[in-house]
Design a protein around this ligand. Structure first.
Ligand SMILES: NC(=O)c1ccc[n+]([C@@H]2O[C@H](COP(=O)([O-])OP(=O)(O)OC[C@H]3O[C@@H](n4cnc5c(N)ncnc54)[C@H](O)[C@@H]3O)[C@@H](O)[C@H]2O)c1
Length: 259
C-alpha cells in the first residue's frame, strides 16, 4: 500500500532536481502525477519512464492562462486534484546594488507569483471536494538573510507569508497548506557544474550534518505533508537543512566539529 494511493498531484518544476525526485517518489507511493514544467523534453522523458501514473504538462507557472488550462486538463485526465507541490523556482546571485527592477520582478514572478497562481488555481476544485494538501517549497533563505540573494530571499519569505494566509483561508475548507524550507540540496540550482556530492559536501562543513542534502530527502518531507499522516499540519514549516539554520558554531570550543 502506498502513502498516496488514489491521490492526484501536480508537481511544478517536476521535470528536474527536487521536483523530479518528488515526481518519482509520489508515483512510487501510488499517486497519479502531473509533471508540470517548462522543460518539455526532460519532462516528457521522465513521464514516459514513470509509466501510466505520470504525464507531462507544459506549464510556465507565471502564466495565469496556462494554470487554468493545465488544471482543467489534469482534472479531465486524472480526476480532481488532491495535492499541489509548488516547487518551480529560479535563483539569482546579485548584490542589491546590481539587482535591476527587471531581475527582481523576474525572480518574484516565478518563485512567488507562480506559487500564488498555483494556490489560486487548484483551490476551487479542492474546496468543492472538501479536501486537499498544498506544499509550497520555500527555502532556508525564507527564514534568514543571505548576501547576493535579495530577489531570491524576498521571494522565499513571500512564499512563507503566502502559506500562512492560505492555511488560514483554506484550512477551514479542509485544505492544508504548509511550507518546506530546504537548505543546500544537490541539484542543478546549487551544484550547476555537476560536481560529485562528496566534493560539494566540503562547502557545508558549517552545517551540523556536514553535507549537502539530496533531492530525495526533500521529496520525503513533501510526501509527508501531502499524505494523510500530516492530517493535523496546517501552516507549518518543515526545515530540511541538516541543521544549517539552528545556530552558528564557536569553532575550537567543545561540541564544535573536530573538537
Ligand atoms: N537546490 C537547493 O539548494 C535549494 C534550496 C532551497 C530551496 N530550493 C528550491 O527548491 C525548488 C526546486 O529547485 P531545484 O533545486 O530542484 O532546482 P532545479 O533548477 O533543478 O529545478 C527547478 C525546476 O523548476 C523549473 N522551472 C523554472 N522556472 C519555471 C517556470 N517559470 N515554470 C515552470 N517550471 C519552471 C525548471 O525547469 C526546473 O525543472 C525551487 O523552488 C528552489 O528555489 C532549492
Amino acid at each position: 500500500m502506498g502513502r498516496l494511493d488514489g491521490k492526484v498531484a501536480i508537481i511544478t518544476g517536476g521535470a528536474r532536481g527536487m521536483g523530479e525526485a518528488t515526481s518519482r517518489r509520489f508515483v512510487a507511493e501510488g499517486a497519479k502525477v502531473a509533471i508540470a514544467d517548462v522543460l518539455e523534453d526532460r519532462g516528457q522523458a521522465l513521464a514516459a519512464e514513470l509509466g501510466d501514473a505520470a504525464r507531462f504538462w507544459k506549464l510556465d507557472v507565471t502564466s495565469e492562462d496556462a494554470w487554468t488550462r493545465v488544471v482543467a486538463e489534469v482534472e479531465a485526465a486524472f480526476g480532481g486534484i488532491d495535492v499541489l507541490v509548488n516547487n518551480a523556482g529560479i535563483l539569482l546571485f546579485k548584490s542589491i546594488l546590481d539587482t535591476t527592477k527587471a531581475d527582481y520582478e523576474r525572480v518574484l514572478g516565478v518563485n512567488l507569483v507562480g506559487e500564488f497562481l498555483g494556490v489560486r488555481s487548484v483551490a476551487p476544485g479542492m474546496i468543492a471536494r472538501g479536501r486537499g494538501s498544498i506544499v509550497n517549497i520555500s527555502s532556508v533563505d525564507g527564514m534568514k538573510g543571505a548576501n547576493s540573494l535579495v530577489a531570491y530571499a524576498s521571494s522565499k519569505w513571500g512564499v512563507r507569508g503566502l502559506t500562512k494566509v492560505a492555511a488560514m483561508e483554506l484550512g477551514h475548507k479542509g485544505i492544508r497548506v504548509n511550507s518546506v524550507h530546504p537548505g543546500g540540496v544537490d541539484t542543478v540550482m546549487s551544484n550547476h557544474d555537476g560536481r560529485a556530492r562528496s566534493d560539494v559536501d566540503k562547502a557545508y562543513d558549517n552545517v551540523p550534518l556536514q553535507r549537502i542534502g539530496g533531492p530525495e530527502e526533500v521529496a520525503a518531507a513533501s510526501l509527508f505533508l501531502a499524505s494523510d499522516d500530516a492530517s493535523y499540519l496546517n501552516g507549518a514549516e518543515i526545515v530540511v537543512d541538516g541543521g544549517m539554520t539552528v545556530g552558528t558554531y564557536y569553532h575550537g570550543f567543545p561540541g564544535a566539529p573536530g573538537v
